[in-house]
Design a protein around this ligand. Structure first.
Ligand code: 5GP
Ligand code: MN
Length: 317
């Protein structure tokens, strides 16, 4: 297996970035690699670009060094895109495309690879897990370990989703040996919610509707609701997972309004529906059991359009 240090050897400037609306795996991977490269290449300029991460990730060391403004002039020797293809790098995308060497590391089935070097392994639980195996274990320290651990637990639902493999657990075991307070990290970054986050989740669950013989469930949060509860999209993470835990549900859909007739859609499934294939039809992507896209149209039009694709899959059962 290739090692990340062989690919960046000699570089004087390196950038690391991940996808828009960064989740735990994205933030953990970017920070884990950023800290690793800074330590291993003290002479080089190393930058991490990302949309401002949610406050829960404040426990990751040096997270305040993440740059949200991109230096559009700079041509990096190496640019590493994590947990996504180039199209979701946000304002870092043009800088990525201009870099002398592009490296893409990801675990999304929907990613065909977009680098001079692309390592896309869909069987990996998380980009963070894959990154661990591209690093030299001897050179990992407690700060790097914590960042990678956060990436793994967020994408595996704390090591319980079916993407968790024996290798995932071995790596998690190696990481907790560093002695950080993993149970506090799990509680504070994964389970804990503010009162308002809990309220809007309650409302979304209360207003959910099942359809297709109760095999699907859907709910939505409008901009007005977000204003009423004084929450932002970051506060809506996790709602779709609660919908998916309803007994008998094969596929769940959650959407929130991002603009006039525009919704960000999150989907989950128990494996009976390939939600990555559904999301791909609408320009999104993801994994078989977790995917997303952005859709234009009314809430009900979007449900109808998604239903057609889901029904197509039920037909093939
Ligand atoms: P979530 O529903 O938690 O936002 O995302 C679930 C999975 O689908 C994640 O792996 C995420 O990266 C991916 N995903 C969500 N939205 C999009 C999208 O618009 N495009 C692509 N390509 N992937 C997405
Ligand atoms: Mn991921």
């Amino acid at each position: 297996m290739m090692k990340i240090m062989d690919e960046v050897k000699g570089a004087k400037s390196i950038a690391v970035s991940g996808h828009v609306r960064p989740d735990g795996d994205c933030v953990g991977s970017v920070m884990g690699l950023y800290l690793y490269l800074k330590k291993e290449m003290p002479e080089a300029q190393v930058d991490a670009y990302l949309e401002k991460p949610a406050e829960i990730f404040g426990c990751i060391d040096h997270i305040e060094e993440i740059k949200s403004e991109v230096n559009t002039e700079q041509v990096y020797d190496v640019f590493i895109a994590l947990d996504t293809a180039a199209d979701r790098l946000g304002n870092a995308e043009p800088v990525y495309r201009r870099a002398n060497k592009k490296i893409n590391i990801d675990h999304h089935v929907s990613n065909r690879g977009c680098g001079d070097v692309s390592i896309v392994e869909p069987q990996r639980s998380s980009t963070a897990e894959l990154l661990y195996d591209l690093m030299d274990p001897e050179k990992i320290d407690v700060q790097i370990a914590k960042a990678i651990y956060i990436g793994i637990i967020h994408d595996t639902g704390v090591l319980r989703y079916s993407n968790t493999s024996p290798r995932t657990l071995q790596i998690a075991a190696e990481l907790v040996k560093f002695g950080f307070n993993f149970s506090e990290i799990i509680e504070e970054t994964f389970f804990e919610r503010t009162y308002l986050q809990t309220q809007i989740m309650g409302r979304a669950i209360l207003e959910s509707v099942r359809f297709m013989n109760d095999r699907c469930i859907v709910s939505m949060v409008s901009r007005r609701m977000m204003e009423f509860y004084r929450v932002t999209p970051k506060d809506l993470d996790g709602i779709v997972n609660h919908l998916q835990s309803v007994k008998g549900v094969d596929c769940s859909i959650f959407m929130y309004e991002t603009g006039t007739l525009e919704y960000k859609v999150s989907m989950r499934s128990n494996g009976r529906v390939d939600v990555s294939a559904v999301a791909l039809k609408f320009g999104g992507g993801g994994h078989v059991r977790a995917a997303g896209c952005t859709m234009n149209g009314t809430y009900h039009d979007n449900i109808n359009n998604l239903s057609i694709e889901i029904a197509e899959q039920f037909k093939n059962e």
